[in-house]
Write a protein that binds this ligand. Structure first.
Ligand code: NAD
Length: 389
């Protein structure tokens, strides 16, 4: 295969392919944005990938502002500061540029800049999104630089509510970016740890969506192909960051995961969310730690599905073979096998474990777990991830 280049609408327009970041000025014009706020994170802001992208805007004489005060696992104060910069600069749209953190915060700035209610009023609960003043959402051009969250094709933004140490998912259909530039070259500079963590996030999305109960053959079909792409390409991208075919396939897998998880997620995410909020761990890496324990936990209800998935992916040995492949992949990517391996000095007492279990069972993703996630079940999974058994 040569470098894949295409244009997809599903319904977001995705300009996919190496080098397509050069089309940013055209994407802004097509979205009706004349004076964008470029939202990124402070780590990326120092890298050549941002300088070269801003040079494209300079060459096109596009006026723009830059906001880079975005923490990994963004918090409300990042959003408040971003909205202030957006309003002061008289911006009319957002370029959300980065991993899930910058993409989500950029999307949330575009959304909240026109709202009078607090962002927490738009949590992804029932029809809360209908409270929004929909015509006051400005257009977004999303440019992912990691291949994991798939936030570029999603209608949600994740933000941590610091007072309660919870990650909240904010949802509005119009938070879907107008145009995505998915340029695998932008991901080539990701260090191996981020490549591994974000890639395992894409795998967690595909796997949990596929295993979630309910009838959604479209999501299932997208998820199984997403799993195959990750199994075949993540080790390649991890070992050779400049392998643009592997990077392109991972970028597709990430978008596929986020498309598939409209069906639901499950206990990997239900536990990863409180751990991320309480310990500020990388989201995808935390998912990767929980993955084998949750697979084993759900076995009795997903065995047949996983056998079909394994066969599709060319993994021999049915459920056991697939579980072994996940363990081998984690090992190859240097994913810690346990939570203490991820969080140095971790010391959880019974009260802290109970708190995490309580948070996990009310996480919005818990309902998608194929086995009902009870407090006891969440505690059992937490103990497994601590002990590594
Ligand atoms: P991230 O955005 O937090 O970035 C992690 C680190 O990678 C940062 O230090 C960043 O500077 C660096 N980085 C990003 N791109 C790089 C590149 N090309 N080269 C070098 N370094 C680079 O990580 P992420 O995993 O992409 O996003 C995680 C966030 O996304 C979490 O807050 C998570 O909750 C959220 N999330 C959102 C959704 C959604 O549907 N909106 C889904 C899953 C996760």
């Amino acid at each position: 295969m040569t470098n894949p280049v295409s244009k997809w609408n599903y319904p977001t327009t995705v300009l996919f392919g190496a080098g397509r970041i050069s089309e940013l000025p055209g994407a802004l014009a097509a979205s009706g944005i004349k004076n964008p706020l470029f939202v990124t994170d402070p780590g990326l802001a120092k890298l050549p990938v941002v300088a070269s992208t801003l040079a494209i805007l300079d060459a096109a004489k596009t006026p723009y502002g830059v906001f880079s005060d975005v923490k990994p696992n963004p918090v409300e104060s990042n959003l408040t500061a971003g909205i202030e910069v957006f309003n002061k600069g008289g911006h009319d749209g957002v370029i959300a540029f980065g991993g899930g953190s910058a993409l989500d915060l950029g999307k949330l700035i575009a959304f909240q800049s026109g709202q009078s209610r607090p962002v927490w009023d738009f949590e992804d609960i029932g029809d809360w999104w209908t409270r929004a003043d929909a015509d006051k959402i400005v257009p977004i051009v999303a440019v992912p630089t990691t291949a994991g969250t798939g936030s570029e094709v999603g209608r949600a933004g994740v933000i941590t509510h610091e007072a309660s140490h919870t990650k909240k998912v904010i949802f509005h259909p119009k938070m879907m970016p107008a145009i995505v530039i998915a340029d695998p070259e932008l991901t080539a500079g990701m260090p191996p740890f981020i490549t591994a963590g974000t890639g395992m996030d894409a795998l967690a999305h595909c796997l949990e969506a596929y295993c979630a109960p309910g009838y959604h053959p479209m999501a299932d079909g997208i998820a199984v192909e997403g799993v195959r792409l990750v199994l075949e390409n993540l080790p390649r991208a991890f070992h050779d960051g400049s392998d643009l075919i592997a990077r392109a396939n991972m970028m597709s897998a990430a978008a596929m995961g986020a498309t598939a998880f409209q069906k639901g997620l499950g206990a990997i995410h239900s536990l990863s969310h409180p751990i991320g909020a309480l310990y500020d761990t990388h989201h995808g890496m935390t998912n990767a730690v929980f993955m084998p324990y949750v697979l084993a936990f759900n076995r009795e209800v997903i065995e047949e599905r996983i056998e079909r998935l394994a066969a599709y992916c060319g993994v021999e040995g049915g459920f056991d073979g697939f579980a072994a492949a996940i363990l081998k992949l984690r090992e190859e990517l240097k994913v810690p096998h346990t939570l203490p391996g991820l969080i140095s000095g971790l010391d959880m007492d019974a009260g802290r474990k109970g708190l995490i279990a309580d948070m996990a069972i009310v996480d919005p993703t818990a309902g998608g777990n194929p086995l009902k996630l009870t407090r006891e079940g969440a505690l059992q999974l937490l103990e497994s991830a601590i002990a590594g058994t």
